[in-house]
Design a binder for this molecule. Structure first.
Ligand SMILES: Cc1ncc(COP(=O)(O)O)c(C=O)c1O
Length: 391
């Protein structure tokens, strides 16, 4: 019998959660010392910070000048639902999903908004919907990076630039790690809690000129709560997109986002942030290729995420188990990793196939991913041994 020795190196930071994600390297509460706490967000100091958060988001993500950027309530969910409730219903809608969060938007469109003319397109975990089937003269709701399956859009080539519908894109686990083709996207949302390692309180909502035109020319038939309302008297409330938020934001979270943006800029901006995520994915790929017991849910590299990297156990002894037993096996591995303090929160999402999900976004250090992978091998062997013992 071979000894299952523990690897010699531990990740310096074991935080691999897919949200809230690891804070940037070197972060401490001191980074927030300049927060405008106890001050009105409508005072000059608060407004200036909110406006700076918008301006720097535009700069790093290279958002076109004629797109509006707003800070809105309720994290990414708030931003997506604000867009769906405000824009949909003017024409037919296609909702596209290939994992749990996308399915949530399908539910919103079909069961909550009860849109009259709605088509849904779904693909199983690890795959993506064939976008050639989507009609972009209808409105289309989709997720750029499926956080629970580790499947991302390969690029925007399937989306015509001259579409007449709007594209509403949940990009929360893609923004700052993947290219977003702005000419193909009318609404883009994300939360600060993902690639930049910020806090989850607020969402970012980005609108193309065509999305604004829809807001100004269409009134949905259902009631809109105050926190969803972006127009007054048929005109866009421009203040929202200059930092005059609809309701009170957390200035502590704003400060934290500003800190994350400053860090991103200091690295070299979007290209550097993307490169960090790419390097992290590469470190996982190198280990998976060299060790046969693991596989990616996304077998096709073109759609494999560089942020939410989802793995399953492909070892025949594990795949021979029942679904429940495989889930228990994966949970056992996750617990061993957590007990050793080498990886926190790396279990697959509750609706996803059993396995591991390792966040590889920009705030995660590649050296930590490299240190983690052999520990997964150790935990896998240890779990297998205890399974055999129990049998
Ligand atoms: C693709 C996707 N959409 C929406 C959400 C919900 O985001 P939040 O909890 O920030 O509202 C998440 C969270 O992980 C997500 O990954």
């Amino acid at each position: 019998m071979t000894m299952n020795a523990k690897p010699g190196t531990r990740p310096a930071n074991p935080r691999f959660s897919s949200g809230p994600c690891a804070k940037r390297p070197g972060w401490s509460l001191d980074a927030l010392h300049d927060a405008a706490l106890g001050r009105s967000h409508r005072a000059e100091i608060g407004k200036a910070k909110l406006a700076r958060a918008i301006d720097e988001t535009r700069e790093i993500l290279r958002v076109p000048d004629d797109y509006r950027i707003g800070i809105v309530p309720a994290s990414d969910t708030g931003a997506v639902e604000m867009a769906m409730w405000s824009l949909l219903g003017a024409r037919g809608t296609d909702v596209v999903a290939w994992e749990s969060f996308g399915s949530g938007w399908v539910t919103d469109a079909v069961k909550q908004l009860k849109l009259e003319d709605v088509r849904k397109f779904e693909a199983p975990y690890g795959e993506i919907v064939d976008f050639r089937k989507i009609d972009f003269d209808r409105d289309v709701v989709f997720t750029w990076n499926g956080t629970t399956s580790g499947v991302k859009m390969p690029d925007g080539s399937a989306i015509p630039a001259d579409r007449s519908g709007l594209t509403i894109c949940d990009a929360t686990s893609a923004a700052f790690a993947q290219d977003l083709p702005w000419d193909k996207l009318d609404v883009v949302t994300f939360s600060w809690q993902k690639v930049m390692g910020g806090e989850a309180a607020h969402g970012i909502l980005i609108l193309s000129p065509r999305a604004v035109e829809r807001l100004e020319t269409y009134t949905p038939p259902w009631p809109l709560p105050k926190i969803f309302r972006m127009t007054k008297g048929g005109k866009l409330i421009e203040g929202i997109f200059k930092g005059e938020t609809i309701n009170t934001p957390s200035m502590l979270c704003v400060e934290d986002y500003l800190d994350a943006l400053a860090w991103g800029k200091s690295l070299g901006g979007l290209d550097a942030l993307k490169a960090r995520a790419d390097a992290n994915l590469k470190a996982v790929e190198a280990y998976v290729e060299a060790n046969g017991f693991l596989g990616f849910l996304a077998t096709d590299k073109a759609i494999r995420s560089n942020t939410s990297v989802c793995l399953s156990f492909t070892d025949p002894d594990v795949t021979a188990l029942s679904d429940d037993e495989q889930a228990a096996f994966a949970k056992g591995v996750v617990k061993l990793l957590e007990d050793e303090g080498v990886a926190l929160d790396v279990g697959a999402y509750r609706d996803a196939p059993p396995g591991l999900r390792i966040w590889c976004g920009a705030t995660v250090e590649t050296a930590d991913v490299e240190a983690l992978m052999p520990w997964i091998g150790w935990a896998f062997e240890a779990q297998k041994a205890s399974m055999k013992k129990a049998a």
